[in-house]
Ligand binder design. Structure first.
Ligand code: BGC
Length: 272
């Protein structure tokens, strides 16, 4: 397993929501490789989350990890997760708002439940977790091991800018994440809290299996990706960790697109 000799996040504690699988799992592991203590949040998969926590501790004996269950869309559960995280690790320094889901449907068939669930988890969840993190940063104050008092990284999507037919709930939630992140950054930057987003394109995870599991689907997907490969969770993990380190200290209120050029609208290469 790749070890990071920099130990850039040593002594810091990170909560990664939805960290039992997919992008969140890799972000949690990458945080651990850079020696952060990690809270591996999950809602439905305790076995997967415990395994991620176990792997973090065995890959790198400096980092500690615990799996904590919380539905990010539930205020009481989010508050309890932060309470236990602080009890366990002393404070929280980094929040990665990663938990997210899709409930796709043609617009005229989309149920209120499908709309609401996606907005609750993808947008309200980021609000609730960010609010608890900010409360902790403000009450704890500045630290000597990080330039910022605290860091928040919101997992957005290329669909914060690319409209997505058949997925209006998801696109609306990610559009919301963009201005949630920017407005928090404007408000909280003066207090020393650094907030950014990562906007992944098509990353090979269970959420978009239909887009890559057959050669035909993958071929179609490549028409949307100028760099001509599907992304991997490690592509996102590396950028997310970097956004939590002092190396990126002057990046604030930004969205970093990690998408192989999907937002270059390659459909215009030979059209328009
Ligand atoms: C979605 C994936 C999709 C990708 C690119 C992501 O935000 O969750 O399902 O493949 O955007 O369209």
């Amino acid at each position: 397993m790749r070890q990071n000799p920099n130990h850039r996040l040593s002594g810091q504690t990170c909560i990664v929501t939805g960290a039992n699988s997919g992008i969140g799992k890799e972000v949690a592991m990458a945080m651990g490789r850079d020696c952060a203590n990690v809270v591996v949040n999950y809602v439905t998969d305790p076995v997967g989350a415990e395994e991620v926590a176990h792997q973090i501790e065995t890959n790198d004996n400096i980092a500690k990890a615990i799996a904590l269950k919380a539905d990010v869309s539930r205020e009481d559960q989010v508050q309890e997760m932060f309470r236990v995280a602080k009890q366990h690790f002393g404070t929280v320094d980094i929040l990665v708002n990663n938990a997210g889901l899709q409930r796709d449907a043609p617009f005229h068939e989309m149920t209120l439940e499908q709309w609401q669930l996606v907005l609750d988890v993808n947008l309200t969840g980021q609000f609730l977790c960010s609010r608890e993190a900010v409360r902790e940063f403000l009450s704890r104050g500045k630290v000597d091991y990080s330039c910022a008092m605290g860091k928040i990284i919101c997992m957005s999507s290329v669909h914060q800018v690319i409209p997505w037919a058949g997925h209006v709930n998801y696109a609306a939630s990610k559009g919301g994440v963009e201005l949630l992140m920017k407005s928090m950054a404007q408000e909280l930057g003066p207090k020393g809290i650094r907030i950014n987003s990562v906007a992944p394109g098509a990353i090979q995870t269970p959420i978009n299996r239909d887009a890559w599991e057959t050669p035909e689907a993958l071929n179609d997907l490549m028409k949307l990706i100028p760099y001509n490969r599907i992304g991997q969770p490690a592509d996102i993990g590396a950028v997310t960790v970097w956004l939590a380190t002092d190396e990126s200290d002057y990046i604030h209120g930004a969205t970093i697109f990690v998408d192989g050029g999907m937002t270059l609208y390659p459909g215009f290469t030979t059209n328009g």
